[in-house]
Design a protein around this ligand. Structure first.
Ligand code: CA
Length: 243
């Protein structure tokens, strides 16, 4: 199960859009940071190709603003590497190189859009909105309830900023519960959607209960606010506080 299988399209979170800005020119970078920040985006800036590369290995973004001319690894190299490994994060290329040839190279390398410097900030916003609208059809890449956050690309799970180590099945379970937060999820639903078993069986119910218990230990133990709740005789519900 992953972010692009398209099984569930319900928007379930209010996590702000996360943007990586890769730009070595300090003035341009800080103008973008300030502008995007004030528009409510969650902005991360990297000033070198290496920095961007390492950041992209460990974190997911909703969109990337990528300068092509960078010290170290250049923007095109980063873009090609991303696309080679199947990463479909929308990329808006920003560059001073405005020849037709460079545009073609950028787009061939997997850029989704292209802006030539100098550009107006309004133009950046317009292009971003267009890219994000396209990307929004897909599932959100990060899901959150209270202080629990999961990244469905890197499979990193944190509660209150601390990493929670989960098995593959436990991750699938918490992802499912997060996508259906506030709803009662029955064992039958979990059997079908997480375990992919269509036939009801008591033994699977027991397996589900064991997984829920482990998940609870890892996520809720010692926490003042419990997230995973049992709805007696029906199933489970993920929400902040008692249902
Ligand atoms: Ca540059």
């Amino acid at each position: 199960m992953n972010a692009v299988d398209g099984r569930i399209t319900m928007p379930t979170t209010n996590v702000p859009m996360r943007i990586l800005v890769v730009e070595d020119e300090q003035k341009v970078a800080s103008a973008l940071r300030e502008g995007l920040d004030s528009e409510g985006y969650d902005v991360v800036v990297e000033h070198t190709g290496e920095g961007a590369f390492f950041r992209l290995n460990t974190e997911a973004f909703d969109v990337i603003l990528l300068d092509l001319m960078l010290p170290g690894r250049d923007g095109l190299q980063i873009l090609r590497t991303l696309r080679q490994r199947g990463d479909k994060t929308p990329v808006l290329v920003l560059t001073a190189r405005d020849t037709l040839e460079d545009r073609v190279t950028g787009l061939d390398s997997g850029a989704d859009d292209y802006l030539v410097k100098p550009f107006a900030f309004e133009e950046v916003l317009a292009r971003l909105r267009a890219l994000l609208r396209r990307g929004r059809v897909a599932e959100p890449l990060r899901l959150r309830i209270g202080d629990l956050e999961i990244d469905v690309v890197t499979r990193k799970v944190t509660r209150g900023g601390r990493i929670v180590e989960l098995t593959v099945r436990e991750f699938e379970l918490i992802e499912y519960l997060l996508r259906h937060q506030g709803q009662i999820v029955s064992r039958g639903t979990l059997a079908r959607d997480v375990w992919k078993e269509t036939a009801r069986s008591t033994s699977l119910d027991n397996v589900i209960d064991v997984h829920i218990a482990r998940l609870r230990r890892k996520v809720d133990l010692d926490q003042p606010i419990k997230l995973i709740h049992t709805v007696r005789g029906v199933g489970f519900m993920l929400r902040e506080g008692e249902p």
